[in-house]
Design a protein around this ligand. Structure first.
Ligand code: UT7
Length: 338
């Protein structure tokens, strides 16, 4: 590549890590007043994976990242930027989980930082990777979405504890001069006026760690579920229609629609609004629940490992989460098929 050739960002590889322990709907029936029938009907979730007590967000992120680097055919010393999206970092708030992951992978003297965009984190990272690469600043960007969401879930609150799971996904985004491998578009947005829809009140400068925090359970995630649900369907439908129209691509020409895995009813509503056929829509929510920033890369990894995702095929990603934040992306898979 000469310096006069335009640089494009390409999605070169995917990896994921799924913790061993399974928390099923039947397990939850013994913990809170709920039923497998209610959870299945209202969310589509049957089970989720939970990290071990001594397994942290960085451990899961590092495992997913090592797989993605290997599948990209790179060595760790070729990575020149490490970005992690998480709302369950190892530490609130330093060192960043990206720094801890870099250390675990033996990546030294490379820029590394976290972003906080809740469930939209991975697609937000795609927009950052694209900008760093197109500007010529970086060549191989490691992006990671990793969450130990179980660490901020109140397992006595039936309105949230049935939804979330743990896990990590990672991708290598590399510079290329091949236009056919390039990201087509990434759109990321936010509206902070809805910040009370999804919130973890503590710890933070507003509510530093204290006995009061513990007594009131302010360290746990709180969600206005039904309001979030309605806004998610409305916002996502508009957002994905816009990105398709803007780029002149019809929904029937997308082989892989990979939505954020929060609730099957949201996935179905957006898929139906786009007139997607069932085989176009990637669904993993039944087995992983909502893994926040890890949900989209874990879902991409699933279709790659099962041989469904082939080199050159187009993916449409969409996501929605705390902030509120939302994002969508249109890009080909530029890695090797399995
Ligand atoms: O990833 C970030 C974005 N997050 C989301 O997109 C999540 C969006 N929200 C949702 O997925 C859904 O709103 C939930 C699954 C959280 C809830 O489903 P819903 O259809 O919106 O139910 P609801 O909150 O309106 O509650 C309906 C009823 C209530 O009882 P009453 O007031 O009708 O008697 C709840 O108390 O269901 C009750 N309920 C439960 N019942 C059994 C709430 N949670 C449970 C439960 N088991 N786990």
């Amino acid at each position: 590549m000469s310096h006069t050739t335009p640089l494009y960002a390409s999605f070169r590889s995917i990896g994921a890590y799924i913790p061993k322990k399974i928390l099923s709907n039947e397990d939850l029936e013994t913990m809170v007043d709920t039923s497998d029938e209610w959870i299945t009907k209202r969310t589509g979730i049957k089970e989720r994976h939970i990290a071990a007590e001594d397994e942290y967000t960085s451990d899961m992120g590092a495992k997913a990242a090592a797989i993605a680097i290997e599948r990209a055919g790179l060595s760790t010393d070729e990575i020149d930027l490490v970005l992690c999206a998480t709302v369950t970092p190892d530490y609130f708030n330093m060192p960043s989980t990206a720094c801890v992951i870099s250390d675990k992978l033996g990546i030294k003297n490379v820029q590394a930082f976290d972003i906080s965009a809740a469930c939209s984190g991975f697609v937000y990272l795609l927009s950052l990777a694209k900008a760093f690469i197109e500007s010529g600043m970086k060549k191989n960007v490691l992006i990671i979405g990793a969450e130990k969401f179980s660490s901020i879930v109140d397992y006595t609150d039936r309105s949230t504890c049935i939804l979330f799971g743990d896990g990590a996904g990672a991708a290598v985004i590399s510079a290329t001069d091949k236009k056919e491998e390039a990201f087509i578009d990434v759109h990321a947005s936010a509206d902070g006026s809805y910040s009370d829809f999804l919130v973890t009140p503590a710890p933070g400068s507003r509510n530093p760690a204290s006995q009061k925090v513990i007594d009131e359970g302010l360290q746990y995630v709180q969600m206005k579920g039904n309001e979030t649900f309605k806004l998610a369907v409305k916002t996502l439908t508009k957002d994905v229609k816009e990105i398709l129209e803007k780029n002149g691509i019809a929904s029937e020409d997308i082989p892989h629609f990979v939505p954020h895995q929060a609730n099957y009813r949201i996935i179905k509503a957006v898929g139906d609004a786009l007139k997607m056929r069932q085989e176009q829509v990637v669904v993993t929510v039944h087995k992983y629940g909502n893994t926040s920033a890890a949900s989209i890369p874990m879902a991409i990894n699933d279709i790659w490992e099962s041989g469904r995702l082939k080199k050159g095929e187009l993916m449409l990603l969409d996501t929605f989460g705390g902030g509120l934040t939302w994002a969508s992306a249109l890009l080909p898979f530029a890695g090797e098929s399995i």
